[in-house]
Design a protein around this ligand. Structure first.
Ligand SMILES: NC(=O)c1ccc[n+]([C@@H]2O[C@H](COP(=O)([O-])OP(=O)(O)OC[C@H]3O[C@@H](n4cnc5c(N)ncnc54)[C@H](O)[C@@H]3O)[C@@H](O)[C@H]2O)c1
Length: 320
Protein backbone atom coordinates (compact mmCIF):
# COMPACT_ATOMS: atom_id res chain seq x y z
CA UNK A 1 0.00 0.00 0.00
CA UNK A 2 1.17 3.51 -0.72
CA UNK A 3 1.57 6.76 1.17
CA UNK A 4 0.30 9.98 -0.37
CA UNK A 5 0.47 13.66 0.49
CA UNK A 6 -2.77 15.42 -0.46
CA UNK A 7 -2.96 19.21 -0.22
CA UNK A 8 -6.37 20.89 0.02
CA UNK A 9 -7.66 17.86 1.94
CA UNK A 10 -10.34 19.92 3.72
CA UNK A 11 -11.78 21.18 0.42
CA UNK A 12 -14.22 19.82 -2.14
CA UNK A 13 -11.87 17.97 -4.49
CA UNK A 14 -9.01 17.21 -2.07
CA UNK A 15 -11.30 15.57 0.50
CA UNK A 16 -12.93 13.37 -2.16
CA UNK A 17 -9.58 12.29 -3.65
CA UNK A 18 -8.09 11.61 -0.20
CA UNK A 19 -11.21 9.65 0.82
CA UNK A 20 -10.84 7.43 -2.26
CA UNK A 21 -7.14 6.77 -1.53
CA UNK A 22 -7.97 5.82 2.06
CA UNK A 23 -10.72 3.49 0.83
CA UNK A 24 -8.13 1.72 -1.29
CA UNK A 25 -6.11 1.13 1.90
CA UNK A 26 -3.39 3.76 1.37
CA UNK A 27 -1.96 6.07 3.99
CA UNK A 28 -2.78 9.75 3.49
CA UNK A 29 -1.14 12.83 4.96
CA UNK A 30 -3.26 15.92 4.32
CA UNK A 31 -2.22 19.58 4.35
CA UNK A 32 -4.72 22.45 4.41
CA UNK A 33 -4.83 25.99 5.82
CA UNK A 34 -8.64 25.87 6.25
CA UNK A 35 -9.26 29.12 4.37
CA UNK A 36 -12.18 27.74 2.32
CA UNK A 37 -11.91 24.18 3.63
CA UNK A 38 -13.56 22.71 6.71
CA UNK A 39 -11.97 20.44 9.28
CA UNK A 40 -15.08 18.19 9.21
CA UNK A 41 -14.37 17.40 5.57
CA UNK A 42 -10.97 15.84 6.28
CA UNK A 43 -11.64 12.11 5.81
CA UNK A 44 -11.27 9.90 8.88
CA UNK A 45 -7.99 8.02 8.85
CA UNK A 46 -5.92 10.79 7.25
CA UNK A 47 -3.09 12.41 9.19
CA UNK A 48 -4.08 16.08 9.06
CA UNK A 49 -1.55 18.93 9.18
CA UNK A 50 -2.96 22.44 9.40
CA UNK A 51 -0.64 24.70 7.47
CA UNK A 52 -0.16 26.87 4.43
CA UNK A 53 1.54 25.48 1.31
CA UNK A 54 3.22 28.84 0.74
CA UNK A 55 4.78 28.86 4.22
CA UNK A 56 8.37 27.59 4.15
CA UNK A 57 8.18 26.68 7.86
CA UNK A 58 5.57 23.99 7.10
CA UNK A 59 8.14 22.01 5.15
CA UNK A 60 10.84 22.42 7.77
CA UNK A 61 8.91 21.15 10.75
CA UNK A 62 5.18 20.45 10.37
CA UNK A 63 4.96 18.02 7.45
CA UNK A 64 6.17 14.48 8.10
CA UNK A 65 9.12 13.57 5.89
CA UNK A 66 7.83 10.25 4.63
CA UNK A 67 8.62 8.12 1.59
CA UNK A 68 5.60 9.47 -0.28
CA UNK A 69 4.59 7.59 -3.42
CA UNK A 70 3.12 10.80 -4.83
CA UNK A 71 2.19 14.35 -3.91
CA UNK A 72 -1.31 15.36 -5.05
CA UNK A 73 -1.32 19.14 -4.98
CA UNK A 74 -4.99 20.14 -4.93
CA UNK A 75 -4.95 23.09 -2.48
CA UNK A 76 -5.52 26.52 -3.90
CA UNK A 77 -7.57 29.64 -4.18
CA UNK A 78 -9.99 28.33 -6.79
CA UNK A 79 -11.84 31.37 -8.13
CA UNK A 80 -10.97 33.43 -11.20
CA UNK A 81 -13.20 36.23 -9.94
CA UNK A 82 -11.51 36.38 -6.51
CA UNK A 83 -8.06 36.50 -8.14
CA UNK A 84 -8.89 40.03 -9.34
CA UNK A 85 -9.39 41.24 -5.74
CA UNK A 86 -5.81 40.47 -4.75
CA UNK A 87 -3.59 39.14 -7.55
CA UNK A 88 -0.55 38.98 -5.27
CA UNK A 89 -2.37 36.73 -2.81
CA UNK A 90 -3.48 34.54 -5.71
CA UNK A 91 0.08 34.27 -7.01
CA UNK A 92 1.43 33.28 -3.62
CA UNK A 93 -1.28 30.85 -2.63
CA UNK A 94 -1.35 29.12 -6.01
CA UNK A 95 1.95 29.44 -7.92
CA UNK A 96 4.35 29.91 -4.99
CA UNK A 97 2.70 26.99 -3.18
CA UNK A 98 3.32 24.75 -6.19
CA UNK A 99 6.98 25.74 -6.31
CA UNK A 100 7.45 25.04 -2.61
CA UNK A 101 5.71 21.66 -2.84
CA UNK A 102 7.88 20.65 -5.78
CA UNK A 103 10.98 21.52 -3.75
CA UNK A 104 9.61 19.52 -0.83
CA UNK A 105 8.92 16.53 -3.09
CA UNK A 106 12.47 16.61 -4.34
CA UNK A 107 13.86 16.91 -0.81
CA UNK A 108 12.00 13.78 0.37
CA UNK A 109 12.78 11.81 -2.79
CA UNK A 110 9.19 11.70 -4.06
CA UNK A 111 9.25 11.52 -7.86
CA UNK A 112 5.54 11.67 -8.70
CA UNK A 113 3.49 14.89 -8.56
CA UNK A 114 -0.13 15.45 -9.61
CA UNK A 115 -1.53 18.94 -9.88
CA UNK A 116 -5.08 20.32 -10.00
CA UNK A 117 -4.73 22.75 -12.89
CA UNK A 118 -7.61 24.37 -14.70
CA UNK A 119 -9.23 25.05 -18.05
CA UNK A 120 -8.61 28.72 -17.12
CA UNK A 121 -5.12 28.43 -18.61
CA UNK A 122 -6.68 28.62 -22.10
CA UNK A 123 -8.53 31.94 -21.80
CA UNK A 124 -11.01 32.36 -24.66
CA UNK A 125 -10.11 29.53 -27.01
CA UNK A 126 -10.03 29.86 -30.79
CA UNK A 127 -12.27 26.80 -31.13
CA UNK A 128 -15.12 25.85 -28.74
CA UNK A 129 -13.58 22.46 -27.98
CA UNK A 130 -9.94 22.74 -26.88
CA UNK A 131 -7.16 20.21 -26.96
CA UNK A 132 -4.09 20.53 -24.78
CA UNK A 133 -1.93 21.96 -27.57
CA UNK A 134 -4.22 25.00 -28.00
CA UNK A 135 -2.57 28.33 -27.12
CA UNK A 136 -2.66 29.13 -23.39
CA UNK A 137 -3.64 32.79 -22.94
CA UNK A 138 -5.30 33.09 -19.52
CA UNK A 139 -7.77 35.94 -18.95
CA UNK A 140 -7.54 35.93 -15.14
CA UNK A 141 -4.74 36.19 -12.57
CA UNK A 142 -5.93 32.77 -11.41
CA UNK A 143 -5.33 31.31 -14.88
CA UNK A 144 -1.87 32.89 -15.03
CA UNK A 145 -0.99 31.27 -11.67
CA UNK A 146 -2.22 27.87 -12.85
CA UNK A 147 -0.17 28.18 -16.04
CA UNK A 148 2.92 29.25 -14.08
CA UNK A 149 2.45 26.20 -11.85
CA UNK A 150 2.35 23.96 -14.92
CA UNK A 151 5.66 25.45 -16.05
CA UNK A 152 7.19 24.80 -12.60
CA UNK A 153 6.11 21.17 -12.98
CA UNK A 154 7.81 21.04 -16.37
CA UNK A 155 11.04 22.58 -15.02
CA UNK A 156 11.16 20.09 -12.14
CA UNK A 157 11.03 17.33 -14.74
CA UNK A 158 14.76 17.94 -15.22
CA UNK A 159 15.32 16.92 -11.57
CA UNK A 160 13.42 13.68 -12.09
CA UNK A 161 9.97 14.69 -10.87
CA UNK A 162 7.35 13.01 -13.07
CA UNK A 163 4.33 15.24 -13.01
CA UNK A 164 0.84 15.42 -14.46
CA UNK A 165 -1.31 18.55 -14.52
CA UNK A 166 -5.00 17.79 -14.79
CA UNK A 167 -6.74 20.72 -16.46
CA UNK A 168 -10.07 20.40 -14.68
CA UNK A 169 -13.12 21.95 -16.35
CA UNK A 170 -16.18 23.00 -14.26
CA UNK A 171 -16.19 20.55 -11.36
CA UNK A 172 -19.47 20.10 -9.46
CA UNK A 173 -21.13 17.60 -7.16
CA UNK A 174 -21.93 16.47 -3.65
CA UNK A 175 -19.55 17.92 -1.05
CA UNK A 176 -19.00 21.22 -2.89
CA UNK A 177 -18.78 24.39 -0.83
CA UNK A 178 -22.31 25.83 -1.10
CA UNK A 179 -21.45 29.00 0.82
CA UNK A 180 -18.75 30.35 -1.49
CA UNK A 181 -20.87 32.44 -3.84
CA UNK A 182 -17.89 33.37 -6.04
CA UNK A 183 -16.67 29.94 -7.09
CA UNK A 184 -18.47 27.10 -8.86
CA UNK A 185 -21.20 27.82 -11.39
CA UNK A 186 -23.42 24.85 -10.46
CA UNK A 187 -22.99 25.31 -6.71
CA UNK A 188 -23.74 29.04 -6.86
CA UNK A 189 -26.91 28.65 -8.94
CA UNK A 190 -28.12 25.68 -6.89
CA UNK A 191 -27.52 27.46 -3.57
CA UNK A 192 -29.44 30.52 -4.82
CA UNK A 193 -32.30 28.42 -6.17
CA UNK A 194 -32.77 26.40 -2.97
CA UNK A 195 -32.10 29.29 -0.60
CA UNK A 196 -33.87 32.21 -2.30
CA UNK A 197 -36.06 30.76 -5.06
CA UNK A 198 -34.17 32.82 -7.62
CA UNK A 199 -31.03 32.52 -9.72
CA UNK A 200 -28.99 35.57 -10.67
CA UNK A 201 -26.69 34.70 -13.57
CA UNK A 202 -23.77 37.09 -13.99
CA UNK A 203 -23.30 36.81 -17.76
CA UNK A 204 -25.00 35.61 -20.91
CA UNK A 205 -27.07 32.41 -21.15
CA UNK A 206 -25.30 31.77 -24.47
CA UNK A 207 -21.96 31.16 -22.74
CA UNK A 208 -21.07 27.49 -22.53
CA UNK A 209 -19.09 25.18 -20.27
CA UNK A 210 -18.11 21.56 -19.73
CA UNK A 211 -19.34 20.23 -16.37
CA UNK A 212 -17.50 17.33 -14.77
CA UNK A 213 -18.84 15.46 -11.77
CA UNK A 214 -16.59 15.03 -8.71
CA UNK A 215 -16.70 11.21 -9.03
CA UNK A 216 -15.09 11.48 -12.46
CA UNK A 217 -12.45 13.92 -11.21
CA UNK A 218 -11.52 11.49 -8.42
CA UNK A 219 -11.34 8.71 -11.00
CA UNK A 220 -8.99 10.81 -13.16
CA UNK A 221 -6.59 11.48 -10.25
CA UNK A 222 -6.50 7.80 -9.28
CA UNK A 223 -5.91 6.73 -12.88
CA UNK A 224 -2.84 8.98 -13.08
CA UNK A 225 -1.20 6.95 -10.31
CA UNK A 226 -1.12 3.76 -12.36
CA UNK A 227 -0.84 5.19 -15.87
CA UNK A 228 2.77 6.24 -16.49
CA UNK A 229 1.71 7.42 -19.96
CA UNK A 230 0.26 10.48 -18.17
CA UNK A 231 3.65 11.59 -16.82
CA UNK A 232 5.05 14.88 -18.10
CA UNK A 233 1.70 15.97 -19.52
CA UNK A 234 -1.15 18.42 -19.12
CA UNK A 235 -4.46 16.61 -19.58
CA UNK A 236 -7.99 18.00 -19.99
CA UNK A 237 -10.58 16.50 -17.66
CA UNK A 238 -14.06 17.31 -18.91
CA UNK A 239 -17.41 15.66 -18.44
CA UNK A 240 -20.64 16.81 -20.03
CA UNK A 241 -19.14 18.29 -23.18
CA UNK A 242 -20.47 21.63 -24.42
CA UNK A 243 -23.51 22.83 -22.42
CA UNK A 244 -25.08 26.33 -22.70
CA UNK A 245 -25.27 28.17 -19.38
CA UNK A 246 -28.96 28.83 -20.15
CA UNK A 247 -29.53 25.06 -20.51
CA UNK A 248 -27.77 24.38 -17.21
CA UNK A 249 -30.07 26.89 -15.49
CA UNK A 250 -33.16 25.31 -17.10
CA UNK A 251 -32.06 21.84 -15.93
CA UNK A 252 -31.58 23.13 -12.38
CA UNK A 253 -34.99 24.84 -12.36
CA UNK A 254 -36.60 21.59 -13.53
CA UNK A 255 -35.34 19.89 -10.36
CA UNK A 256 -37.23 22.27 -8.09
CA UNK A 257 -40.90 21.72 -7.29
CA UNK A 258 -41.23 25.48 -6.58
CA UNK A 259 -41.18 28.32 -9.15
CA UNK A 260 -37.72 29.85 -9.69
CA UNK A 261 -37.11 33.41 -10.85
CA UNK A 262 -34.11 33.68 -13.21
CA UNK A 263 -32.28 36.91 -14.05
CA UNK A 264 -29.32 37.36 -16.40
CA UNK A 265 -27.32 40.48 -15.57
CA UNK A 266 -23.76 41.85 -15.90
CA UNK A 267 -20.70 39.62 -15.90
CA UNK A 268 -17.57 38.75 -13.95
CA UNK A 269 -14.00 39.87 -14.69
CA UNK A 270 -11.90 37.40 -16.64
CA UNK A 271 -14.87 35.21 -17.51
CA UNK A 272 -14.39 32.91 -20.49
CA UNK A 273 -17.25 33.00 -23.04
CA UNK A 274 -17.26 29.37 -23.98
CA UNK A 275 -15.04 26.33 -23.57
CA UNK A 276 -15.33 22.54 -23.64
CA UNK A 277 -12.71 19.80 -23.32
CA UNK A 278 -11.30 17.66 -26.05
CA UNK A 279 -10.98 14.43 -24.06
CA UNK A 280 -8.86 12.47 -26.57
CA UNK A 281 -5.65 12.70 -24.56
CA UNK A 282 -7.37 11.74 -21.28
CA UNK A 283 -8.83 8.75 -23.04
CA UNK A 284 -5.52 7.72 -24.62
CA UNK A 285 -3.26 8.30 -21.57
CA UNK A 286 -5.60 7.39 -18.73
CA UNK A 287 -8.39 5.34 -20.30
CA UNK A 288 -10.58 8.09 -18.83
CA UNK A 289 -14.22 8.56 -19.82
CA UNK A 290 -16.79 10.39 -17.69
CA UNK A 291 -19.26 8.02 -16.06
CA UNK A 292 -21.78 10.46 -14.54
CA UNK A 293 -24.08 12.29 -16.96
CA UNK A 294 -25.01 15.91 -16.26
CA UNK A 295 -28.59 14.83 -15.61
CA UNK A 296 -27.52 12.21 -13.03
CA UNK A 297 -24.92 14.49 -11.46
CA UNK A 298 -27.29 17.44 -10.99
CA UNK A 299 -29.99 15.18 -9.53
CA UNK A 300 -27.47 13.72 -7.06
CA UNK A 301 -26.17 17.12 -6.04
CA UNK A 302 -29.68 18.55 -5.65
CA UNK A 303 -30.72 15.60 -3.44
CA UNK A 304 -27.56 15.99 -1.33
CA UNK A 305 -27.94 19.75 -0.91
CA UNK A 306 -31.63 19.65 -0.02
CA UNK A 307 -31.08 16.81 2.47
CA UNK A 308 -28.34 18.88 4.16
CA UNK A 309 -30.75 21.81 4.34
CA UNK A 310 -33.53 19.64 5.79
CA UNK A 311 -31.17 18.16 8.36
CA UNK A 312 -29.95 21.67 9.24
CA UNK A 313 -26.35 20.62 8.66
CA UNK A 314 -23.85 22.84 6.95
CA UNK A 315 -23.62 21.53 3.37
CA UNK A 316 -19.82 21.73 3.18
CA UNK A 317 -19.63 19.09 5.90
CA UNK A 318 -21.54 16.58 3.76
CA UNK A 319 -19.72 13.63 2.30
CA UNK A 320 -19.78 13.17 -1.44
N1 LIG B 1 -13.83 23.35 -8.51
C1 LIG B 1 -13.51 23.52 -9.77
O1 LIG B 1 -14.40 23.65 -10.64
C2 LIG B 1 -12.07 23.54 -10.19
C3 LIG B 1 -11.77 23.62 -11.58
C4 LIG B 1 -10.44 23.66 -11.95
C5 LIG B 1 -9.44 23.59 -11.01
N2 LIG B 1 -9.75 23.53 -9.70
C6 LIG B 1 -8.66 23.50 -8.73
O2 LIG B 1 -8.84 22.41 -7.85
C7 LIG B 1 -8.32 22.75 -6.56
C8 LIG B 1 -9.36 22.45 -5.49
O3 LIG B 1 -10.52 23.21 -5.75
P1 LIG B 1 -11.85 22.99 -4.89
O4 LIG B 1 -12.99 23.21 -5.81
O5 LIG B 1 -11.76 21.74 -4.12
O6 LIG B 1 -11.78 24.24 -3.93
P2 LIG B 1 -11.97 24.31 -2.33
O7 LIG B 1 -11.94 25.75 -2.00
O8 LIG B 1 -13.14 23.50 -1.92
O9 LIG B 1 -10.67 23.57 -1.81
C9 LIG B 1 -9.40 24.18 -1.76
C10 LIG B 1 -8.76 23.78 -0.45
O10 LIG B 1 -7.42 24.28 -0.42
C11 LIG B 1 -7.20 24.92 0.84
N3 LIG B 1 -6.16 25.93 0.58
C12 LIG B 1 -6.25 27.02 -0.21
N4 LIG B 1 -5.07 27.67 -0.26
C13 LIG B 1 -4.21 26.95 0.51
C14 LIG B 1 -2.85 27.10 0.87
N5 LIG B 1 -2.11 28.12 0.41
N6 LIG B 1 -2.29 26.19 1.70
C15 LIG B 1 -3.02 25.16 2.20
N7 LIG B 1 -4.31 24.96 1.90
C16 LIG B 1 -4.90 25.85 1.05
C17 LIG B 1 -8.54 25.46 1.25
O11 LIG B 1 -8.67 25.67 2.66
C18 LIG B 1 -9.48 24.36 0.76
O12 LIG B 1 -9.65 23.35 1.73
C19 LIG B 1 -7.90 24.21 -6.61
O13 LIG B 1 -6.51 24.28 -6.82
C20 LIG B 1 -8.63 24.73 -7.83
O14 LIG B 1 -7.94 25.78 -8.43
C21 LIG B 1 -11.04 23.50 -9.25
Amino acid sequence: MGCYLVTGIAGFIGSAVAGALLEQGHEVVGLDNLTTGRLEKVPAGALFVRGDCQDGGVYESALPRRAYDAVLHIAGQSSGEISFDDPVYDLRTNAESTLRLLRFSLSVGCGRFLYASSMSVYGNPETPVVSEDAPARPLSFYGVGKLASEHYLRLYGQYGIRSTALRLFNVYGEGQNMENMRQGMVSIYLAMMVGEGRILVKGSPERFRDFVHIADVVDAFLRCLDHPESEGREINIGGSGRVRVGDLVDRLCALSSLPVEVEYRGGTPGDIFGIAADRSLASACLGYAPSVSLEQGLARMYAWHTSCQDAGTAPPAGTP
